[in-house]
Design a protein around this ligand. Structure first.
Ligand code: FAD
Length: 415
């Protein structure tokens, strides 16, 4: 059993872990990034929010990003159950700067790029290395026990442990901090199509959100490079997975309910397996402790609908790394110091969570609300872009909340 000494050990090499490790290592701290799988890892989560731009800029990878051949994402479009397309929310129409457009990424390439960035900034990157245990010591030298790629046990000594293990929530799970959101018990089934319809001519590529006829589920439609499109179905866990058929058949049944999707994939071939995820929406009751902090999905996950996951993983990594480096410099690695950013983070993500809950209100339509309240178009775009940590991102809800209340009482009265 070998011993190694670090200032910071980051567990999990997704976007959250790689970014934290890169940012801490870049400031001269001895940092290790530990990933249980062999890199690169295939994952869901391909549509990025434009606000990711600022984190990429801090990492200095904007230029590299441009060369990766990812498809540009210019906006978001909603498609009704009758295949009626909303006017797309084109980000650049509201904020015509470089940061206004985003990307549809193949995660296998994207995560590898972030992993390489962490290594380039000086982090020791160890894949096929699984964290088996973490022991916190009063003397501030904590032990992260790993099984490395040869199957040997190693103890890594560190002053800070970052849990960036995504939905596995290594520390949060062990500490009993995870709370599943009872209002968002959703599941997803996704696969890939080759040769499916995509924007042509003057129409820019966007992420589409397609409703099904019963409004019990929705599909994402994310055009990727090399003529692939990622298509995923999201609905209540019980509705999607407990209907007594295979996930693949549930997907096909709901596709029959969604003329917009049927048309788009008509001349394509479905490729790859049907994959499933469930109960992915949760919060954590505490986000830091003496010597540890959570980032990315390990901190919490809202819902796939507005593609917030990767952005919030990057943003939380950016904010957490500032707190970690400041704490390492001042020798204050208390829960308060390591979690000093979380109030601001929660205040911003609150509005995204509200937007998600609004979407799942069956009587609601953004089109109708915007017709009555066009003054909020910019506010809504800001939310879809991820601009929730500045200005007044919640302004729209002053009118939206009573509007929804009105829908509810109207529906109750007519029942
Ligand atoms: C159905 C669905 C659709 C989604 N669609 C989108 C989308 O379109 N856009 C978007 O932005 N987001 C999307 N997301 C969310 C996105 O996938 C996540 O938010 C994002 O990957 C979180 O990054 P992360 O770094 O926190 O965790 P992850 O990317 O999950 O990385 C965690 C890493 O930790 C490793 N790990 C776990 N346990 C250990 C251990 N004990 N030791 C070592 N390593 C360990 C794992 O192998 C993994 O590589 C979607 C999520 C779901 C469920």
């Amino acid at each position: 059993m070998k011993n190694e000494n670090y200032d910071c050990v980051v567990i999990g090499a997704g976007p959250g872990g790689c970014t934290t490790a890169a940012m801490v290592a870049a400031r001269g701290f001895r940092t290790a990034l530990v990933e249980r799988e062999k890199m690169p890892v295939e994952k869901v989560g391909e549509s990025l929010m434009p606000e990711t731009f600022w984190v990429f800029e801090k990492l200095g990878i904007q230029e590299e990003f441009q060369k990766m051949g990812f498809v540009r994402k210019h906006g978001v479009q909603f498609v009704s159950a009758e295949d009626k397309e909303s006017r797309p929310f084109i980000f650049a129409e509201h904020d015509d700067q470089e940061s206004a457009n985003s990307w549809h990424v193949e995660r296998i390439k994207f995560d590898q790029m972030l992993y390489d960035t962490a290594a380039r900034k000086g982090a020791s990157c160890l894949d096929e290395t699984r964290v088996m245990d973490v022991q916190f010591n009063k003397n501030g030298r904590h032990s992260v026990i790993v099984k490395d790629k040869k199957g040997d046990d190693r103890t890594m000594k560190t002053r800070v442990v970052v849990d960036a293990t995504g939905q596995s929530s290594f520390l949060a799970g062990r500490m009993g901090l995870k709370e599943i959101n009872p209002d968002l018990k959703k599941a997803a089934i996704w696969t890939y199509f080759r040769g499916a319809e995509r924007a042509g001519g003057k129409n820019p590529e966007v992420t589409c959100i397609l409703s099904t006829k019963t409004k019990d589920a929705w599909f994402w439609y994310i055009p990727l490079s090399n003529d692939w499109v990622s298509v995923g179905l999201v609905g209540d866990n019980d509705f999607l997975l407990k209907r007594g058929c295979k996930p693949e058949d549930a997907f096909k049944q709901e596709m029959e309910n969604c003329p917009g999707l049927k048309r788009r994939v008509r001349d394509s071939t479905q490729e790859g397996k049907y994959q499933v995820a469930k109960e992915f929406s949760y919060i954590t009751k505490e986000h830091s402790g003496d010597g540890w902090v959570l980032v990315g999905d390990a901190y919490g996950f809202i819902d796939p609908i507005y593609s917030t996951g990767v952005y919030l993983a990057l943003k939380s990594a950016d904010m957490a790394s500032n707190a970690i480096c400041d704490g390492l410099r001042r020798n204050d690695l208390s829960a308060e110091q390591l979690g000093s950013w979380t109030y601001e983070f929660d205040a911003g993500t609150h509005w995204l969570r509200k937007l998600v809950m609004t979407f799942y209100n069956k009587d609601f339509s953004f089109g109708s609300f915007m017709k009555e309240h066009p003054q909020y178009a910019e506010n809504l775009t800001d939310l879809l872009v991820g601009k929730v940590f500045e200005g007044n991102p919640g302004a729209m809800f002053e009118d939206l909340d009573p509007w929804i209340e009105g829908l509810r009482s109207g529906a109750a009265a007519s029942a």
